[in-house]
Design a protein around this ligand. Sequence first.
Ligand SMILES: [Zn+2]
Length: 441
Amino acid sequence: MVSEGRIRRADVAIKEGRIAAVGDLEKSKAARIISAAGKYILPGLIDVHTHPVYLDDMGALSAAAAHGGITTLIHYAYAKPGHGLLETLHRFREEGETKSVLDFGLHGGLFDPKNQAHEIPQAVKLGVTSFKMFMTYAKLGWMTDDYQLMRTLDIIAQTGGLGMVHAENGLATDYLEDKFNAEGRDPAEVFEATRPGILEAEAVNRAICLAQVAGCPIYIPHVSAKEAVEVIAQAKARGWRVYGETCPQYLTLTGEEVFRQGPLAKIGPPLRGKEDQEALWRGLTQGVLDVIASDHAPKEKKKTDDFFQAAYGSPQVETMVEVVYEAGVNGGKIMLPRLVQVMSENPAKIFGLYPRKGALAVGSDADLVIFDPQVEHTITGEGQHSNAPYTLYEGWRCLGRPVFSLQRGEVILEEGEVVAKAGRGKFLPTQAGKIDPKELV
Ligand SMILES: [Zn+2]
């Protein structure tokens, strides 16, 4: 089994949905024995960055995640302008309790903090303790200005929650986009050129500084640029309460895909270069970045769509574990115990689910994944369970994949099929941002 930063040989006993014992165990009294010989037992894997809207609702998304070896999800519940935060959270929670095959928590997403931030203290009481705003997408009307960002971080700090931002400088990007488009340049080239890494790093730095002034811990999702990794490293070195997340697409793909796959590879922040990838892997191994999560956002898109009309996002949840294992562990970028820390233990700790989730320890929920490092397979869009009709990893050959999983002792994934029922998933109240980043592994 792989946990707490090491690999060892051990049996795991499960009773009434929890881990009852770990070690060299007597097996004669077991009702069922599941062999993991030659395979790895991992603690349940947690994806804290998913969007159960667009083509996959909470049922479809959780089933796709379960096929990919994930056992717990934290979804973004976006409150659009004109909607209340609480009303949105209730709606997502209800949908999850009816449709989800996996346990799930929620982040609140505020599109209009001016009219929504006052609901944050009540949201915290409901068990939603992390709140996201956008520093970009000004043209789409999603951007929060610094006044409202400062005010909302202040409110979050007072309620003991965790701030989150999509950190890119939206107004600067919009100006560059208008200018380059007027010059008639190639859309894929304009897209990459108008979102340089330093505009991400600038926004990361600004968000971290505002959060520090507010006394609010802050979590930066989908870090993609090497310059942003540097900013987070500096803030952590100062002892500031900052957490960093990156995603499989930034670790494994480059901006070349935008030219090859067009709108399918249109995601925000954009895919970047080889040097950025190296910086992200280094950030993960050195503890500057704490989490890998998918940013699964499956949208209806075709290669031939108008680039700037096409929506942002890509399907990622089902392929996440296999592609980061292939590129990371097989590729010599990261050791398996560290990969498990950033996909299970750390997200559980940051969102206050540990040690119920994220641990193979006595008393923890019996959430575990059996990973077979010897299965060779090819990723295809057709083979995916998401409703998105494509994958950015078409034709990728991977060695190793999750083959079996349990949640609370119930079988979720067996022989490549999800056998768990929709609606079995439980809502998980979080307590986000309580752990000092220095105490994370
Ligand atoms: Zn996202």
